[in-house]
Design a protein around this ligand. Structure first.
Ligand code: UDP
Length: 471
């Protein structure tokens, strides 16, 4: 009888649309290809309207449920987002154990998947008797390698990353200058540093690590991780998993920015966006406006009010920006650029924008979902990293594979204009970046086809779940 029921997979989603979207996509793939059903388990703290609408739009094979609220009131008000997510995951273990035990009774629960801050929840899966425990890593192999090396780096490397004279060199990885290493690792006295070291240790408890990346974008480290290594779970590149938009297009009116794009020449517009929660300090916002103007390129900019009055990631738990951003722009900017530029407050249908033929570049914060979406649609990037692992991604994209040009940290308008112009129309570096991105777009599509690397990797994982293959 067991074999006749659809295999069920439970997935714990740590806060942030950037974590929810790729996990939901994984669930869709498991449903479509393997006849599986899934439950996305979310936190009460992230029950935003954006998230609710997204969950409601998923196919019937994918259920969702929200865990009871977790009390974090004893944490300091300035606790890092990585600390909040890690604490929330650790404290929810008893409630999650109950949820998983319940799912075990009502479904044929074959596996539990946690994401990057959720490895402590493996304890809940173990307590509930779920045999297979996997980690879904929503960024790339470079970041994964760093986290897996943290327990040993913590012992061997005294001092702060930002003070290192030499870049950090890890097997197969582009050397990362100390200041570009993950932001939660930049201050060892902050509890979020300890948490990341802890995760590096706990990742080893996973049966497998599924990564939302593909070999062509980081070939050397992909080769290193493909070789089995005792004490390290097997690593599977199953990406790029990006949001497939079909459902929401049916009943939502078309966004006006897409109509605007229809009126622009092919590949003439640079799309400017900083992810679901990113915003700039007021000064950088002004330079960006002037830089875009000076570049002479057409632009579509998702503007948010500046970050000075709050944390850079203040919007992370809730995508809707709180204040009107327009008063923060330079005097006369909107009027002067009205023929070539369009400003969209807070949120744009990013994938549709990237898929539009008028879009020729993406000035991006280097959040990994955005990077994958850009590559899938063959859009070359201008890298403007903000927080989390974004600086590291910017190094890997600009110094490593060559899919982006990075704006210098000084962020002067001339530098911004030059980077934008180069990526959109430059004949030197820009042309190379555009050619590389076209190549990566092809590689990404090939991997996802029947017999492609990503498809085969996921098949192998699922075979172990339901075929009872070796653990
Ligand atoms: N996104 C969007 N419209 C926006 C901003 C973001 O659709 O105006 C989507 C984007 O397509 C991506 C996700 O939100 O799927 C952002 O994830 P990413 O990993 O790039 O950055 P994060 O939000 O985690 O910083």
């Amino acid at each position: 009888a067991e074999a006749g029921r659809a295999p069920h997979v439970a997935m714990l989603v740590t806060p942030g649309m950037g974590h929810l979207i790729p996990l939901a996509e994984l669930a869709k793939r498991l449903a479509a290809r393997h006849g599986a059903t899934a439950t996305l388990i979310t936190f009460a703290s992230t029950a935003s309207a954006t998230q609710r609408a997204f969950l409601a739009s998923l196919p019937p094979a994918i259920a969702s449920l929200s865990l009871p609220p977790v009390d974090l009131s004893d944490l300091p008000p300035d606790a890092a987002i990585e600390t909040l997510m890690s604490e929330e995951c650790a404290r929810v273990v008893p409630a999650l154990t109950g949820v998983l035990s319940g799912l075990k009774e009502t479904t044929r629960l074959v596996a539990f998947v946690a994401d990057l801050f959720g490895a402590d929840s493996f304890d809940a899966a173990a307590a509930a008797g779920v045999a297979r425990r996997c980690l879904f890593f929503p960024t790339n192999l470079h970041v994964l390698t760093l986290i897996l090396h943290l327990p040993e780096l913590d012992v061997s490397m005294p001092g702060e990353f930002r003070d290192l004279a030499e870049p950090v060199r890890l097997p197969g990885c582009v050397p990362i200058p100390g200041p570009d290493i993950l932001s939660p690792l930049q201050d060892k006295s902050n509890p979020c540093y300890r948490w990341m070291v802890h995760h590096g240790r706990r990742y080893r408890d996973a049966e497998a690590i599924l990564v939302n990346s593909f070999d062509a974008v980081e070939p050397d480290v992909a080769r290193v991780l493909r070789a089995p290594q005792p004490g390290r779970p097997p690593v599977y590149n199953i990406g790029p998993l990006i949001k497939t938009d079909a459902v929401e297009t049916d009943n939502e009116p078309r966004a006006p920015c897409l109509d605007w794009l229809d009126r622009q020449p092919p590949r003439s517009v640079i799309f400017v966006s900083f992810g679901s929660g990113g915003s700039l300090p007021a000064e950088q916002m002004r330079e960006l406006a002037l830089g875009l103007e000076q570049s002479g390129q057409r632009f579509l900019w998702v503007v948010r009010s500046p970050s000075d009055e709050g944390a850079v990631n203040a919007n992370y738990y809730d995508a809707e920006s709180k204040r009107d951003p327009l008063p923060y722009l330079p005097e006369g900017f909107v009027e002067r650029t009205k023929e070539v530029g369009l400003l969209v407050p807070s949120w744009a249908p990013q994938i549709k924008v990237l898929a539009h033929e008028a879009t020729g570049g993406f000035l991006v914060h280097c959040g990994w979902n955005s990077v994958l979406e850009s590559l899938v649609h063959g859009v070359p990037m201008v890298a403007w990293p903000l927080f989390a692992e974004q600086r590291q991604n910017a190094v890997m994209l600009s110094e490593g594979v060559g899919a982006a040009i990075r704006v210098p940290d000084t962020k002067r308008k001339e530098e911004i204009a030059a980077a934008v112009r180069e990526v959109m129309a430059g004949q030197g570096k820009g042309a190379e970046v555009r050619a590389k991105v076209a190549e990566l777009q092809k590689a990404a599509a090939e991997g996802l086809r029947e017999g492609g690397a990503a498809t085969t990797a996921l098949d192998e994982v699922v075979h172990k779940w339901i075929g009872g293959g070796d653990k």
